[in-house]
Design a protein around this ligand. Structure first.
Ligand SMILES: O=P(O)(O)OP(=O)(O)OP(=O)(O)OC[C@H]1O[C@@H](n2cnc3c(O)ncnc32)[C@H](O)[C@@H]1O
Ligand SMILES: [Mg+2]
Length: 172
């Protein structure tokens, strides 16, 4: 099975590879391709984050001719006066798009303030922890959960919800 993923981010690729292997098929080939999300680099609502995931999934499938395309998108959103992480993913086939969402945790005030100045979370987090490429490893979710769940592990249940829907509707 030819599978496309609309990113080169290794945390996202790891999540898709693991879930496809465990729940969909043993015979697959993953193509990682950078595609436009067609939303802001830093989505600021559930709607925008979800749309980014959908756009990436469709573009990844179309640009590779794969059977299935995945798009994974991280964003932030306000609940009351707290800024939360939000995470969406989409699976596109030739005629259907499945969507699912997952982890949400609040970000510390200083991180929220930096985001409001227009900076992306990636560099903010690198500065916060004094490391590089947090976004491809622990991610903000890993840092603020004391390493209990890293960014790949966070995306796994979301990707499972996509593969599960894909499997269910294929049988109907
Ligand atoms: O190459 P792409 O696929 O774009 O990967 P990315 O790491 O830039 O990831 P996204 O564009 O999907 O999302 C960036 C968003 O991801 C969320 N995020 C969570 N942890 C992050 C981290 O450590 N670094 C960057 N973004 C993180 C955050 O909400 C950002 O707004
Ligand atoms: Mg990005």
């Amino acid at each position: 099975m030819k599978i496309a993923v609309g990113t080169k981010n290794k945390a996202k690729l790891k999540a898709v590879e693991k879930v496809v292997q465990d729940t969909l098929t043993n015979e697959f080939e993953i193509q990682a391709i950078s595609v436009a999300s067609n939303v802001a680099k830093q989505p600021f609502s559930e709607e925008e984050t979800r749309q980014g995931a959908i756009n990436r999934a469709i573009a990844a499938r179309e640009q590779t001719g794969a059977e299935v395309g995945f798009g994974l998108e991280g964003g932030v959103k306000w609940i009351g006066n707290a800024l939360y992480l939000c995470n969406w993913a989409a699976l596109a086939t030739v005629d259907t798009v499945y969507t699912a969402a997952g982890a949400q945790i609040p970000l510390p005030k200083e991180v929220a303030q930096a985001l409001l100045t227009g900076e992306e979370l990636g560099p903010i987090m690198d500065c916060y922890v004094g490391e590089q490429d947090t976004r491809q490893n622990a991610g903000a979710i890993g840092v603020f959960t004391d390493g209990l769940i890293d960014r790949a592990e966070m995306f796994e249940p979301i990707v499972m919800m996509l593969v599960g829907q894909y499997r269910y509707w294929a049988k109907q």
